[in-house]
Design a protein around this ligand. Structure first.
Ligand SMILES: [Zn+2]
Ligand SMILES: [Zn+2]
Ligand SMILES: [Zn+2]
Length: 230
């Protein structure tokens, strides 16, 4: 037993030590605060502060409050999805505006079809035949009576339909167009005499030679979607 030690009890800020040799026997106690009072609330970007009085030493102590979580706002579309590319949407904090989340808007097959159809304009046979360059590569739709069906023999080929698209009196259709459709194996099948709406891209005029040796020139459409009217 060493009688040369003189122990000084720990306080809030000083450890338990020997005043003679300086040996440390225990850690400082730390302040003992029972009640904290908020001086400044935290936000999602600034640190707040709180204050308390130590019940042991009477010292006034301040400490930081943790940052608050951001407040997610509604999703906002920053780029509409198109047929060619995905859209983009963002969610920001309503308080500080920080970008919290960003995700792609990927159209479902149904949404893509609806958007595609919406972009198609109705064009008459006369317009297609008279001024093919004005409509070439545009998205169009035509409704008419299917007069000939050539179904694809494999997925490497298009189905081909000849369709009369001008509806005259008594519901008789005339004016034939050529329609290509990537429809191998798809149902419902298109049959002759069906009334069908074709949505697709106008490819201009196409010519072919009949068995009789005559040259026939027809407007040609690459259909993307098909709707059987009856
Ligand atoms: Zn000592
Ligand atoms: Zn204290
Ligand atoms: Zn925020």
């Amino acid at each position: 037993m060493n009688t040369n030690h003189q122990i000084l009890q720990a306080t809030c800020t000083d450890p338990e030590v020997c005043t003679i040799c300086g040996s440390v026997y225990g850690p400082a106690l730390g302040h003992d605060i029972e009640e904290w009072e908020t001086i400044q609330e935290s936000t999602c970007t600034t640190i707040g502060k709180e204050r308390g009085i130590c019940t042991r030493c009477g010292e006034t102590v301040e400490q930081d409050l943790p940052l608050k979580a951001h407040t997610p706002g509604d999703w906002e579309i920053t780029r509409e999805a198109t047929l060619e590319r995905d859209g983009l949407r963002q969610q920001r904090c309503t308080v500080c505006g920080k970008l919290l989340k960003e995700e792609k808007i990927i159209l479902t097959a149904e949404e893509k079809m609806a958007l595609y159809k919406k972009q198609c304009v109705k064009v008459s046979y006369k317009d297609l035949a008279r001024d093919p360059d004005a409509y070439k590569d545009q998205l169009i739709y035509v409704t008419g009576e299917v007069i000939q069906v050539v179904e694809a023999s494999s997925s490497a080929y298009y189905c081909i339909y000849r369709v009369d698209i001008t509806r005259g009196s008594y519901g008789i259709y005339t004016d034939t167009v050529y329609i290509y459709y990537d429809g191998y194996g798809k149902t419902p099948r298109i049959l002759e005499d069906d009334i069908v709406t074709f949505y697709g891209r106008y490819d201009g005029l196409t010519s072919y030679t009949t068995v009789m040796g005559a040259t026939v020139t027809l407007p040609c459409i690459y259909a993307e979607y098909i709707e059987i009217v009856r």
